[in-house]
Design a protein around this ligand. Structure first.
Ligand SMILES: [Zn+2]
Length: 95
């Protein structure tokens, strides 16, 4: 009966290792969920800093828009190159 015991122990170890296997899967799923969360956060940041804003193809266009805004009494605008779309957006430093 020793051989039977041994196989039982073997089966137990296999189940134990299988348990670790599914735990690995759990970590993987958690990691993926975290990545999705970060992608969503970046998406929200992008909406705020890019999608919602007017886009200018060149710095000159952006500066032109700043000049036109200044004519209308909107001052303190600056422009920056967008890391998402590669275009230019205006932002105010009025604080
Ligand atoms: Zn942009």
């Amino acid at each position: 009966m020793t051989s039977r015991k041994r196989s039982a122990a073997k089966r137990q170890r296999e189940e134990f290792e299988a348990g670790f296997g599914s735990l690995d899967g759990l970590f993987e799923r958690a990691e993926r969920a975290q990545e999705e969360l970060e992608a969503t956060r970046e998406g929200a940041y992008r909406k705020k800093s890019c999608d919602r804003k007017n886009r200018y193809d060149t710095k000159l266009d952006a500066q032109d828009a700043i000049a036109r805004s200044a004519d209308r009494g909107v001052r303190g605008l600056t422009c920056y190159k967008c890391e998402f779309c590669g275009g230019w957006h205006l932002t105010s430093h009025g604080r």
